[in-house]
Ligand binder design. Sequence first.
Ligand SMILES: NC(=O)c1ccc[n+]([C@@H]2O[C@H](COP(=O)([O-])OP(=O)(O)OC[C@H]3O[C@@H](n4cnc5c(N)ncnc54)[C@H](OP(=O)(O)O)[C@@H]3O)[C@@H](O)[C@H]2O)c1
Length: 348
Amino acid sequence: MAAIILADTCISLALAQPAMKAQPFRKTTSRLWSLSKFCSSLMNVRGQRSYGTEVEKIGERPVLITGCDSGFGFQLAKHLHGKGFIVYAGCLQKAQGKGGSKDLDDMKSDRMRTIQLDVCSNEDVARALDHVTASLKNPEAGLWGVVNNAGISTFGEVEFTSMDTYKKLAEVNLWGTVRTTKAFLPLIRRAKGRVVNITSMLGRMASPARSPYCITKFAVEAFSDCLRYEMQPHEVKVCIVEPGNFIAGTSLYSSEGIKATAEKMWNEMPETVRQDYGRKYFDEQVAKMETYCQSGSTDLSPVIESITHALTSPSPYTRYHPMDYYWWLRMQVMTHLPGAISDRLYIY
Ligand SMILES: NC(=O)c1ccc[n+]([C@@H]2O[C@H](COP(=O)([O-])OP(=O)(O)OC[C@H]3O[C@@H](n4cnc5c(N)ncnc54)[C@H](OP(=O)(O)O)[C@@H]3O)[C@@H](O)[C@H]2O)c1
C-alpha cells in the first residue's frame, strides 16, 4: 500500500506542480515566446501542462468578480486592477455602504467599478448585467471574464443541519454561481473570454460535519465541467480554482459566527438527535470548529495568482490547487485512491 501511495504522490506531484505555482506573467519577446513554446512541447511529452504567457494586450479587459466585500474577492479586485483590468467588483453590501466596496471606491479609479450584487437576487444580477453592458466601451467586444467567488460556509453534522441551512448555502454557492454565469455568458462568448469558478478542496473531497458546504462545491465542480465542454466550441475557457485552507486570511468563518450558528443549530435540532448525541459531544464539535477557524494561511496570494493565471494565460488549467502540501497530498489521496484506503488514512 505504501508503494501505491508513493507512486500516486510522485505522479500527482509532477502533474500538479505547475498549477500550484501559478506564476506571475511577463511579456516575452517573440524569440523567448518561440523558446517557451518549444520547451512546453517537451514538457507536454512528460504529461505536464505548459506555463502560458499573458494573452496579447491584456490591457483594459473588463472582468466581473462576485463577493468583493472581503477575502479573495476584495484582494483579487485590487490585484486585477493593478494589472490594468477594468474591474466590475460585485459587492453584497454596497447598497448599505458597508463592506469592501467603500475601500474600492476610495481608490477613485475609473477602472475600479463597484456594483451592488447579491448573487441570490435575479433583480441584482439583471441590474448588474445592464450596468456592465451599458458601461462597456465596446459591448460587441463583450466581457473578458467572470469570477464566481461569492460564497458562504457553515458546519455541522447531517443530523444537526436544518433543511433551511442546506438551501441557504446552495442558494449562494451553487444557484448564485449558475445565475451569474448564465446572465453574463452572452457577453463572455462574444469576448471568447473566461469563466473562473471558485470551488474548494472540499469540492473534490468530502469531510465530516461539512456536508452543506461540500455538496454545493461538488455541484459547482460538475456545473463547471459541463459548461467547459459546452463552451469549448465557442473558445470560452472555464476554469475551477480549488483553494485549500485560507480561513485565517478571509471572513468565511469567525468565532462569533460559529457560536451563533451553534446556538441556533442546537435550539432547532430535533429532540431525539439532541438526546442521542448529547450536549457534551455537540460542544466538543463546536470547539473543534472554533480551532479550525483560526487555522490556515493568511497569505492569499496563491489563490489570487491562480485566478490571475486562469484569466490571463492563453492555455489556462482546468483546475488550480492553491493549498499547502498537507492538504494537497490529502486531496490527491482522497480523490485517486480507493475509498477503503483513503477513508482509513484520513477520516477514521
Ligand atoms: N477561505 C477559505 O479557506 C476558502 C477555501 C476554499 C474556498 N473558499 C471559497 O472562496 C470564496 C471566497 O470566500 P472567502 O474565503 O474570501 O470568504 P469571505 O471573506 O467571507 O468572502 C466571501 C464573500 O462573498 C460575499 N457574499 C456572501 N453572500 C453573497 C451573496 N449572496 N451575493 C454576493 N456576495 C455574497 C461576502 O459578502 P459579505 O462579506 O458582505 O457577507 C464576502 O465578501 C468562497 O466561494 C469560498 O467558498 C474559501
